[in-house]
Design a protein around this ligand. Sequence first.
Ligand code: ATP
Ligand code: MG
Length: 430
Amino acid sequence: MSNLPEPIVIPRSDHCVSRKSISSNALKVLYRLNEAGFASYLVGGGVRDLLLERHPKDFDIATDASPEEVKELFRNCRLIGRRFRLAHVVFGREIIEVATFRADHSDGDGGATGESGRIVRDNVFGGSLAEDAVRRDFTVNAMYYNIADFSVVDFYEGRADIENRLLRFIGNASERVVEDPVRALRAVRFAAKLDFAIDDSVREAIDEHRHLLKEIPPARLFEEVLKLLQSGDGQDSFAMLRELDLLQFLFPLTAVRLDAGDGYAHALAELALRNTDKRIREEQPVTPAFIYAVLLWPDVVEHAARHEAAGEASIAALHLAADEIIPTQLSATSLPRRYSVPMREIWALQPRLLKARGKRAASLLSNPRFRAAYDFLCLRNDAGEDLESICKRWEELQESPESQAIIEAARKQSRPAARRRRRRPQADKG
Ligand code: ATP
Ligand code: MG
């Protein structure tokens, strides 16, 4: 590529990125690549967040070593991804993602752009740092910390955008969204998380091309939902998804309700996301089963009411409703069974919580999903349903140490024996 910009090189004395704030594993990878004679840079959120004096979620590295060459240097390395091949260097729970500089692939073999202009494969290695930068999404995500001299290399005035707290695409905004419509969701995520403004050009591009999100596989959208709603800024992200009219691609049923001014659905979503954000701040566990259960509930209730009116018992009616609602949701985002099953259980426990008394009530305490279902009941109350006295009754019932022990034992039992390590979703780079 010929018309790539000359970067600004910010020397160590002029920026605040310090090795002390970089994880020792990331440093290990950076140094080893460098010592083997390869270029080796920290890039992406790692550099951006350190410049903002925030803790990066993870550390991504860019190098001119091919994935195979990276693998040869690290015993604990595995190669992943088809569309965008990467090396993962694994240190226990920490995974350092190492991406090889890509070259321009307009007519190469390893790259491909679909008819619609969407990037479907990007595996032509051997590019330069400048070529690596131009394929990234936002200016603030294309800054490189060079382990060789500790400078920060800035191609697209990312540092100025960080200072102005502005999200701007590299290059033509409209093309960037067409190449990868998920970048619209990434704009929302970063704006909410970093408290940045979204540049008008980005908003216009989203306006023009948001419909392309319909073509993104539901599994990839589910991964984005997790990052949007379960990273501690769920409430802001959700509000911004609505503002940019993107919610329809993630939660179509919820979007219709909110657009129609459904106050109950709105209150439920707000409360659930506020709770989720709070739990994350307090390092308590969160699960998509709960968030999905909340967002889909108003539709489930509506369908269940129809089945009850036709003579079904309340729990059966809820299951029939779930059978109708879940497929609509799955056409937008996937929801793995390990979440959809507990989601249904939370729903099915609602009528039981309303009715159970005495021994039945006590036995509900030992249901592994009791606590989530009870929290859900309280949320319904807070959202305006009149369930105050029932919530109170359950609160009192739980108070005794015996009850606490039963609930805790049931919860432990429901947890998988060995926690599976969550794999990082495959990065998708344009
Ligand atoms: P965080 O890890 O805090 O969520 P991040 O900016 O590091 O934010 P990642 O998804 O980890 O985001 O991706 C790392 C980097 O890879 C990004 O900063 C960006 O440069 C590039 N990247 C990731 N996804 C895309 C994409 N869809 N299009 C273009 N570049 C991307
Ligand atoms: Mg990252």
